[in-house]
Ligand binder design. Structure first.
Ligand SMILES: Nc1nc2c(c(=O)[nH]1)N[C@H]1C(S)=C(S)[C@@H](COP(=O)(O)OP(=O)(O)OC[C@H]3O[C@@H](n4cnc5c(=O)[nH]c(N)nc54)[C@H](O)[C@@H]3O)O[C@H]1N2
Ligand SMILES: Nc1nc2c(c(=O)[nH]1)N[C@H]1C(S)=C(S)[C@@H](COP(=O)(O)OP(=O)(O)OC[C@H]3O[C@@H](n4cnc5c(=O)[nH]c(N)nc54)[C@H](O)[C@@H]3O)O[C@H]1N2
Ligand SMILES: [Mo]
Length: 727
């Protein structure tokens, strides 16, 4: 039985002390945490030149467990060189994500060959030589380049440039498995793909919609901001099939009263079906119009498509909207009335919205609802995708996408006097499918865990097994290094951002660019990411490239290029002298003029309201993160706030347990579209809405199909249907 508890508080603090011991003392960890580097975990953004644990409004200390975990992981000693013989690949595959992460830091290049069956330490010279020879002997279109969001803007920019000069646009990042639907949806609505507001705007808002997000675990620093909204008399309406305990009450560690007594975060919870958001958001909009609470001038003068959308809203039947959203009319009416009263509303969302086959439509529906009352294009209100990795947004900005924006493409070609490939590049899932078809020979991954983050794990392993060479630039071991390996696999150990010899930059979800100073190397072996990329580029492009990659070992030189070619980034060119961090130009929308061709926002009409209802015996499944993990890296088996002590579980509403004649604790087999998992413990979780089941990512990826949203190519990680079988 689950025993949920409030979020944050003493357990988080006690945990800090435990972690400090592991890191070799509180002072050592404190110094590391306070160094002038951007926080390594989520994209709320922390640290940089204001010092660690300081947010964009200057609040200090802002701490979260995950940032401590990430830091302590980087402070581990090196994996000993005899480790690899003791652990052939078969053994590595038996290790849990946690054991792999705790094995230590990668400190020397390692080479795996299928014949030998294990990794072995090799010299940098040999590793880089092997990779360069292989790339030279391979057609560029038979390679792909995947980037996680942990690396710097400089490393991202350099590696995508190298890949394109080598000859391919198969360049993509983890955003395709994350917020791509937000970028695509927002661009189609308002002409820009990122947050329209800054952190300070939240301090002016009187209402926040928090949709499909669990920031208590995943963006804990936002909880202090939400606490302030509530304290000022504002409301936080949470839309989530699961009433997250951490969003009910959160003990903000940096606020003594909150720490002792806890702060209420959610004013109310609305629990749609998994995937019911499009209907729910449409229904709220319909009700706002019925109440005549929309901003008639705004939708008429600042938006295109008002009359078409108004007609569509009028046509939707209440019964259909309530049935497909799973929310009753009284609740929709209450939410619409509260929204109608608000002067400044912020709409924030995360993976509960994007991880669906209609993710883009979900995001458009959020934008529609915000535009309906003129909540985009003024201070204190706006649209706020809660981004994942600490620099995933920067990766997109600096060109880590299959297609470069035309302005960037032109500027790069003319500044560097090069011609770049124009073939259509493949997104992340397309690269995996091409690998499965045998059309890919080499995959290069800058960080991340492409295997672990993929739906349909058996497919992902088979796809990567087809590669002749897989290459990783990584800091620690993960399941991808065990399962996501080609005939040969080379792992190059790199430095974390606070070990880099030179400064690097990162972009937060509020479009704020931070400067990280770097710091002393903790270990002998790992190299700077940009140094490794420059070395490789020089070898592969045989010094014949028009670009001087040698000079790009210095991040300062890379920044000059970024400043010259990336829109809104010009201030980065002088940041080494000025040390002034900056807001990217043209992103924050405090005026209702939109960066579309005609300056108008677009209201979108949606023909259908998501997929069909589940068949009898089926449940909707969402795969979620626990408090104790960061993506595919699991730090603890326990999910503290939800009160779940193991990960091989399926959470079910008591009514669903009863109708399957099960009791909490029973063992079941879970059958999904791509595979089955057994045994799994069924757990009664009354905070879920009936008909919905929840399981943990990445384990549950074994079940999920490769269905993607056709408009953003994001997998439906939260849109699966499962059946249970009693064991
Ligand atoms: N501690 C920690 N922090 C992290 C991460 C981590 O793994 N651990 N990962 C980072 C990354 S890369 C990302 S992208 C973010 C992820 O941050 P989140 O998006 O908050 O994480 P998830 O757990 O994937 O899902 C969030 C919520 O969506 C709800 N949900 C699922 N399906 C639906 C639905 O159909 N509708 C609605 N309305 N809600 C739904 C779930 O109940 C859950 O509460 O966090 C970042 N920060
Ligand atoms: N079922 C299901 N699947 C999902 C999701 C879900 O909710 N459900 N979420 C999706 C989402 S939102 C995302 S973002 C993806 C995650 O996708 P990824 O970003 O690919 O995966 P991570 O687990 O975050 O990658 C962690 C690894 O990055 C490496 N690393 C850490 N720091 C650094 C660094 O400074 N430099 C370098 N070079 N490497 C570093 C370490 O080796 C670590 O093991 O998963 C997706 N998959
Ligand atoms: Mo993510």
């Amino acid at each position: 039985m689950a025993r949920p508890r409030a979020g944050g508080g003493w357990p988080a603090i006690a945990y800090s002390f435990r972690k400090a011991r592991e890191a070799g003392g509180f002072r050592k960890l404190w110094t590391a945490m306070r160094s002038r580097n951007a926080c390594k975990t989520c994209a709320v953004g922390m640290g940089g030149q204001r010092g660690g644990m300081v947010d964009e409004t200057g609040h200090f200390p802002e701490v979260c467990k995950k940032s401590l975990q990430a830091m302590v992981a980087d402070m581990q000693p090196a994996i000993p060189s005899d480790f690899w013989h003791r652990r052939p690949i078969g053994r590595l595959r038996q290790m849990t994500p946690r054991e792999l992460e705790n094995a230590g830091r990668l400190a020397h290049p390692i080479l795996y060959t299928r014949e030998s069956g294990h990794y072995e330490a090799v010299s940098w010279e040999r590793a880089l030589g092997l990779i360069a020879d292989k790339l030279k002997a391979t057609l560029p279109e038979k390679t792909f380049w995947y980037f996680s969001g942990r690396s710097s803007n400089e490393a991202g920019f350099l590696l995508q440039l190298f890949a394109r000069l080598y000859g391919t646009n198969n360049v993509n990042n983890c955003s395709y498995y994350c917020h791509q639907a937000s970028g695509a949806g927002l661009s189609s609505s308002i002409g820009t793909g990122t947050a329209t507001l800054v952190l300070e705007d939240l301090d002016k808002s009187d209402l926040v919609f928090l949709i499909g997000a669990n920031p208590a675990s995943n963006h804990p620093r936002l909880l202090e901001t939400l606490r302030r909204v509530r304290k000022r008399g504002g409301d936080v309406i949470v839309i989530n099939p699961l009433r997250e305990p951490g969003l009910e009450t959160f003990h903000v560690p940096s606020r003594p009263l909150s720490l002792l007594f806890g702060s209420e975060i959610a004013s109310s919870f609305v629990q749609p079906h998994i995937g019911g958001d499009l209907s729910l958001l449409t229904a709220i909009a319909k009700r706002v119009v019925e109440l005549e609470a929309h901003e008639a001038n705004f939708v008429a003068l600042r938006c295109a498509g008002w009359s078409g959308w108004a007609d569509a809203l009028a046509r939707w039947e209440w019964d259909d909207l309530c049935a497909s959203s799973g929310v009753d009319f009284a609740t929709i009416d209450r939410v619409a009335r509260r929204y109608a009263e608000s002067k400044y509303t912020v709409f924030a969302w995360a993976m509960g919205i994007t991880h669906h086959a209609n993710g883009v439509e979900n995001v458009q529906a959020i934008a529609n609802l915000a535009l309906l009352r003129g909540m985009v294009g003024k201070p204190g209100a706006g649209l706020m995708p809660i981004r994942g990795h600490s620099n995933v947004q920067g990766m997109g900005s600096v060109g880590v996408t299959p297609a470069l924006k035309k302005a960037v493409f032109d500027a790069l070609e003319s500044r560097l006097d090069v011609s770049l490939p124009t073939e259509v590049g493949l997104d992340t899932m397309a690269c995996m499918e091409a690998s499965a078809d045998g059309a890919m020979k080499v995959g290069v991954c800058l960080g991340g865990n492409l295997y672990g983050s993929n739906p349909d794990s058996a497919f992902a392993a088979a796809a990567m097994r087809n590669l002749e060479l897989s290459v990783y630039l990584s800091t620690t071991l993960n399941t991808g290094h065990a399962w996501g390996v080609g005939k040969q696999c080379i792992i190059l150990p790199v430095m974390a951002r606070d070990e880099e010899p030179e400064a690097t930059t990162q972009e937060s979800m509020f479009n704020f660019v931070r400067l990280s100073d770097g710091g002393p190397a903790r270990l002998d072996g790992p190299r700077s990411e940009v140094q490794v990329i420059a070395d490789l580029a020089e070898r592969v492009l045989d010094h014949s490239a028009p670009v001087d990659f040698g000079s790009m070992r210095s991040t300062r030189n890379i920044r000059k290029h970024i400043g010259a070619v990336i829109p809104g980034y010009s201030a980065i060119g002088g940041i080494d002298e000025s040390k002034v961090e900056f807001q990217i130009e043209g992103r924050t929308l405090h005026e209702p003029v939109f960066p579309t061709e005609d300056g108008l926002a677009r209201l979108h009409v949606h023909a259908s309201m998501g997929g069909p209802p589940p068949e009898s015996g089926e449940l909707r499944l969402m795969t979620i993160r626990s408090e104790g993990q960061f993506n595919t890296v699991v730090y603890e088996e326990e999910d503290l706030y939800r009160g779940i002590s193991a990960r091989d579980v399926v959470l079910l509403h008591p009514a669903d347990l009863a109708s399957a004649s099960l009791e909490s604790g029973d063992r079941v087999a879970v059958h999904g579209p791509a595979g089955s998992m057994a045994p799994v413990t069924a757990i009664s979780f009354e905070r879920l809405r009936p008909g919905s089941a929840a399981m943990y990512f990445p384990e549950a990826n074994r079940l999920l199909s490769r269905e993607v949203d056709p408009k953003s190519r994001t997998p439906a990680f939260k849109g699966a249907r499962i059946r249970l079988e009693a064991l």
